[in-house]
Write a protein that binds this ligand. Structure first.
Ligand code: SF4
Length: 424
């Protein structure tokens, strides 16, 4: 038996780096500190795996060698006029880098899953900048935590216990020193662990944020978005009076009516609050390395998602080159999906187009998209079977520590082979 200490859980954007795993005969015998979501990913790593490279022949997925699958992939992508590369948020940064290189080689459109989650957040940040901070700063200093349109008690379970609500920090002595406020359209388990729950009417986040901005500047504009004038004033006083406040927000803000304008209003509220105290704002990122996907694409192309290389240089086009839109309009004539399952998540119109065109999937697991793919290539699970770098939700890069030996190729190795073939 070997004990692997302080490995990183690669389920959500918290990237908890204190997980202990006991491994015996390549199986996990004990797992400590992971939450239910992390446990399910780590303990279920060998379930439902893609067993070998496959190509669809006469309508059936047929086992082939990795070389044959790679050759077929390169052939499909090279013959396409408008290939799409999509996914990338559940793999490590070297693979993300090679996916961008491949997009440039074949003149593809490349997009990551941020376009269907915090894409509007990125657009909001591009408009006004964002006073973000690290999870460590929050743990050590924050005395006012606002969870807006997110439910960390269920989606990022250890966020409250490791960083934002419970832990003792250098200048904050645990839960009793923190005020926790939850703003959402309905009560959740996050409301239950908060001191105050503020119910906002669905689709009215922008109005409430704007009312708070007015209130911070001393104006009372009455009841807004189902929230009383007194509650708005009380929240304003708490925000202006704290030592270090932070808003964590989720898709309840970025994907509800108003989208990037909601995020922009929240960012501007936080900017205004910094005239009175220290205040930060951070998105709750879902997939473990979606932050890395945005960072890597930005280093290499200048843009975080929705990039088109058809002219040989990167063109940014949210709404135009976002995978969902490209698929819904039926524009792409092939697709390479890496570490993602769009058929399970995209609307029917987009999924139907994916079913019609040659689709290649690189993924460790059998999923809805592998079931319609023409080429399926199994890969090692980043953080469990292969290493690399992932970016935590606060932009901190962490080195993954694989703990299971595997002879399955990593996304990085597979993409390097595809690039080599595509260049021939
Ligand atoms: S909070 Fe996220 S990263 Fe941490 S153990 Fe749970 S699933 Fe894993």
């Amino acid at each position: 038996m070997s004990l692997k200490e302080n490995v990183i859980c690669t389920f959500c954007g918290c990237l908890c780096d204190d997980i202990n795993v006991e491994v015996e005969n390549e199986g996990i015998t004990n797992l400590k500190r992971a939450c239910a979501n992390g446990r399910s990913k780590i303990l279920g790593y060998d379930e439902n795996r893609v067993e070998s490279p496959q190509i669809r022949k006469n309508g059936e997925l047929t086992k082939v060698s990795l070389e044959e699958a790679v050759e077929k992939t390169a052939e499909i992508l090279k013959e396409s006029k408008f290939p799409l590369i999509y996914g990338l948020s559940s793999t490590e940064t070297d693979a993300q880098k090679l996916a961008v290189e491949l997009a440039e080689v074949i003149g593809a459109t490349i997009d990551n899953t941020a376009s269907v989650c915090h894409g509007p957040t990125i657009l909001g940040i591009q408009n006004s900048g964002a006073p973000e901070c690290t999870l460590g700063e929050v743990k050590n200093r924050a005395d006012l935590i606002i969870f807006w349109g997110c439910n960390p008690a269920e989606a990022h379970t250890r966020h409250p216990t490791r960083y934002s609500v419970i832990p003792e920090g250098m200048f904050v002595k645990g839960r009793k020193d923190r005020e926790v406020i939850n703003v959402d359209v309905r009560e959740t388990n996050t409301s239950k662990m908060s001191d105050t729950f503020i119910r906002v009417e669905p689709g009215k986040d922008y109005e409430l944020l704007s009312a708070l901005r007015a209130s911070v500047k001393g104006h009372d504009i009455g009841d807004v978005a189902g929230v009383s004038s007194d509650t708005i004033k009380e929240l304003t006083e708490k925000m202006k009076g704290c030592k270090f406040g932070v808003i964590y927000f989720g898709l309840g803000l970025s994907l509800s009516l108003g989208m990037h304008m909601n995020v922009l209003a929240a960012l501007e509220l936080v900017r205004d609050l910094n005239d009175y105290t220290k205040f930060s704002i951070n998105p709750m990122r879902g997939h473990f390395n979606v932050t890395g996907a945005n960072k890597v694409m930005t280093w290499l192309t200048g843009y975080p998602f929705a990039v088109n290389f058809s002219r040989g240089y990167p063109i940014y086009g949210p709404g135009e080159f976002t995978a969902l839109d490209v698929l819904r309009r039926g524009e792409c004539d092939s697709a390479l999906i890496i570490a993602s399952d769009p058929i399970a998540h995209f609307p029917a119109q987009a999924s139907k187009h994916l079913e019609k065109i040659p689709t290649i999937v690189i993924d460790p697991k059998v999923n809805a998209t592998t079931s319609v793919a023409d080429v399926v290539i199994p890969s090692a699970i980043a953080g469990i079977e292969c290493g690399g770098i992932a970016y935590r939700m606060d932009g901190i890069p962490l080195e993954l520590k694989p703990f299971i030996e595997s002879d399955v190729s990593s996304d990085k190795e597979i993409l390097a082979k595809i690039i080599e073939k595509a260049k021939e």
